[in-house]
Design a protein around this ligand. Structure first.
Ligand SMILES: Cc1cc2nc3c(=O)[nH]c(=O)nc-3n(C[C@H](O)[C@H](O)[C@H](O)COP(=O)(O)O)c2cc1C
Length: 249
């Protein structure tokens, strides 16, 4: 049974607790088909996905990332930017090196393709009543360890993980920024957005203090900025260069 597109999109929230039951083969095939039909830059399909359902491997990834959803979900999908496949066929056609893969735009293209594929999977899974949670720590926690564990070749980098399982909780919907802050009409808004931002900051802070389940009393903007501070120390450039990305502009 599928949910309507409207319900799937508007009612979506991240699910971090799952039942032990397996996802049906039919649901997984639908998710794979949705992934495969993702629009991609040049139709080059500069991405791949590793579907992990091996409990031992999920446990190992949990230990590296600290994200419990990875071991409790039924399938953990890892979305990759991937120039390995085009490199293989390019070589067979006598093209030794594909410099685009090492450019900034090459990386952006791979990230966009993999991210769109993740959203295809997420919407497909949610439409079948499954719960999902994107896991960015798959990218940042320890790129070297995870690249080795998943045997990633050169030209391949982790973009994001997606945990999928049968929901064991339905958390409250998180309030998002108002339409006026997200959708700009024709031109970028250049009037003062501070009042609306302060109002949203207050709304989400109250939500965090009163939501069902895990409550927190942190200030939204300061909390987000503290994530950025943590992110400044990931040194992703170095990790990506080791995978042959970002070798030139
Ligand atoms: C790229 C990306 C990475 C994320 N990484 C994590 C993560 O590592 N751990 C986690 O618990 N949630 C993660 N999330 C989920 C966000 O925290 C969540 O989407 C956000 O708080 C909004 O809540 P909602 O999805 O329920 O609307 C991630 C989401 C995205 C889009």
């Amino acid at each position: 049974m599928s949910k309507s597109v409207e319900k799937t999109l508007i009612d979506r929230r991240s699910i971090r607790r799952y039942e032990r039951d397996a996802i049906s083969n039919d649901d997984m095939q639908f998710i794979y088909d949705a992934i495969r039909n993702t629009p991609t830059s040049y139709n080059g399909q500069q991405y791949s996905v590793i579907d992990i359902d091996d409990p031992v491997l999920k446990e190992q990834i949990y230990e590296i990332t600290g994200q419990k959803q990875i071991k409790t979900c039924n399938h953990f999908l890892v979305f990759l930017a991937d120039y390995n496949k085009i490199q293989i066929i390019g070589k067979a056609k006598g093209i030794d090196k594909i410099p685009f893969a090492g450019t900034v735009d090459g990386l952006i293209v791979g990230i966009i393709d993999a991210s769109l594929a993740m959203m295809s999977a997420l919407v497909a899974a949610e439409s079948r009543g499954l719960g999902t949670c994107c896991i960015g720590y798959t990218r940042t926690a320890s790129p070297a360890k995870l690249n080795e564990l998943l045997r990633l070749p050169q030209g391949v980098a982790i973009v994001c993980g997606l945990a999928i399982g049968i929901p064991r909780e339905i958390p409250d919907l998180k309030p998002k920024q108002p339409q006026s802050l997200i959708i700009h009409h024709n031109l970028y808004r250049r009037d003062d957005m501070l009042r609306e931002l302060v109002e949203y900051d207050r709304e989400i802070t109250i939500y965090n203090e009163t939501r069902s389940g895990n409550k927190s009393d942190n200030d939204w903007a300061k909390h987000i900025i503290s994530y950025y501070t943590e992110g400044e120390n990931y040194h992703m450039g170095n990790a990506l260069q080791k995978q042959s990305f970002l070798t030139h502009d």
